[in-house]
Design a protein around this ligand. Structure first.
Ligand SMILES: NC(=O)c1ccc[n+]([C@@H]2O[C@H](COP(=O)([O-])OP(=O)(O)OC[C@H]3O[C@@H](n4cnc5c(N)ncnc54)[C@H](O)[C@@H]3O)[C@@H](O)[C@H]2O)c1
Length: 245
């Protein structure tokens, strides 16, 4: 039977790399994104911060492509500010997209997976699901929350042959990361190059950014038969953050 995957925020970065890899493996993969992709991939317009929009995307996807049994909760964004200056509106937006969005997409696609007797959920959390950095209050809170939610879903869904795992990348070379380098340079009054080497890669053993293809490869592993007994895990892809001090 044709496997169908939904990748939220699949029109760029890690999501797009994942869609391409899964498509090469014969899995029909659909991007749920605010923005249409520049490349020719299946796309359903969806605002992951809106319950109504997610419900509409579920209906449109089932109608056009069939019932998804793989969900990659990938959509995300960053906003940097000190806690006492963090705008409530930005806090609510980041939590809505990364935490509530992960909950809602899972909630609405789990029934189809249960009916199918098999399913896979992979959440793209972050190394910031395990550790903190200054100025990232909403992001760190949302990504920690995703790991907690994943563990609950792993426990609830094991008997249905549905696994739930998370990936915790360090820094991956995408738009979200490049925008962050510029903002950090402004906040810390440093050059962008100094931000990359002295702040972003400082906690890592391997002083290189992870690639979108490498994260896509781990998604592919978590949805494979080889990973059928792995659930509730949070796998770091961070070049070895925090191995010492
Ligand atoms: N790039 C990194 O360094 C890094 C590190 C760790 C974790 N991550 C996580 O990886 C995931 C993907 O990030 P990326 O780096 O590929 O980012 P990206 O900015 O390249 O892609 C994010 C996608 O999400 C979409 N999007 C944003 N808001 C949306 C909304 N409300 N509804 C629907 N779609 C929306 C954007 O249009 C975009 O296509 C995010 O959850 C991010 O937190 C990224």
């Amino acid at each position: 039977m044709q496997k169908i995957a939904v990748v939220t925020g699949g029109s760029g970065g890690i999501g797009l790399a994942t869609i391409k890899l899964l498509a090469n493996q014969g899995i029909k993969s659909i991007s749920w994104d605010l923005n249409a992709p520049h490349e020719d991939i299946p796309f359903v317009k969806c605002d992951i911060s809106s319950d109504d929009s997610i419900k509409a995307a579920v209906a449109e996807t089932i109608d056009k492509f069939g019932t998804p049994t793989i969900l990659i909760n990938n959509c995300g964004l960053q906003y940097l500010a000190p806690v006492d200056e963090f705008p409530l509106e930005k806090w609510n937006q980041l939590i809505a997209i990364m935490l509530t969005g992960t909950f809602l997409c899972s909630k609405y696609l789990i029934p189809g997976m249960k009916k199918n007797g098999w399913g896979r959920i992979v959440n793209i959390s972050s190394i910031h699901g395990k550790v903190a950095s200054p100025y990232k209050a909403a992001y760190v809170a949302a990504k920690h929350g995703v790991l907690g939610l994943s563990k609950v879903m792993a426990m609830e869904l094991a008997e249905n042959n549905i696994t739930v795992n998370s990936i915790c990348p360090g820094f991956v070379d995408t738009t979200i990361m490049r925008a962050q380098i510029a903002k950090q340079a402004e906040l810390n009054q440093m050059s962008e190059e100094a931000v990359a080497t002295q702040i972003m890669l400082k906690p890592a053993c391997i002083k290189k950014f992870t690639t979108t293809d490498q994260v896509a490869g781990m998604v592919s592993y978590f949805i494979s038969d080889e990973a059928s007994t792995i659930t509730g895990e949070a796998f770091s892809m961070s070049g070895g953050w925090g191995m010492g001090h």
